[in-house]
Ligand binder design. Sequence first.
Ligand SMILES: Cc1cc2nc3c(=O)[nH]c(=O)nc-3n(C[C@H](O)[C@H](O)[C@H](O)COP(=O)(O)O)c2cc1C
Length: 183
Amino acid sequence: MSFEEIGIDNAYRVLAPRPTIIVTSINKKGEVNAAPFSFTMPVSMNPPLIAFASVKTHDTYKNIIETEEFVINIPNEDILKELWITGEKFPYGVNEIEKASLTQIDSKKVQPPKIEECIAAIECKVHWIKGAGDHDVIVGEVLQVSVQEDSLKDGLLDVEKIRPVLHLGGVNFVVGDHLRKVE
Ligand SMILES: Cc1cc2nc3c(=O)[nH]c(=O)nc-3n(C[C@H](O)[C@H](O)[C@H](O)COP(=O)(O)O)c2cc1C
């Protein structure tokens, strides 16, 4: 094996496949928005904080600036096609949950709804937002976490059953059914 140098703009391509989320948000008028993101990670356990990065032009970003709440929905293989539809560019105010024929249900602690067909929902309020190059990092404080029944095994996501979706780049996703344990 030998390394070859590739352009620095490919760093995120090799930090992959990445967990993919659908962020739901609302604006002041109460209009709902949904969009996929894969620049995402937990950043603190106590308090529980989760971050994702968005460009400023996304409706998601505008809504979160306006209302300071959002929900991180965790999709799985069953709704990959729908996930892709939520990533299409619709005019501001259009509800991508409806466009993708998904179902919105009330969240417990925040105004933006969660997506019924997702395997988990993490309700967040903004902790801070800070510019980072061509994206802004949005850190959310977790207020509520819900998972579909039987999605956990021994406290961990039952990945062989629920088959989460990982983003490789562009139209390419990874849905792995191999579980490898670090001994
Ligand atoms: C799988 C996937 C992952 C994406 N990840 C990101 C991301 O991490 N950050 C970002 O700014 N845009 C990301 N995008 C692009 C946005 O989802 C897309 O531009 C969307 O239309 C934005 O919607 P909105 O304007 O309704 O918020 C991703 C798209 C896809 C399909």
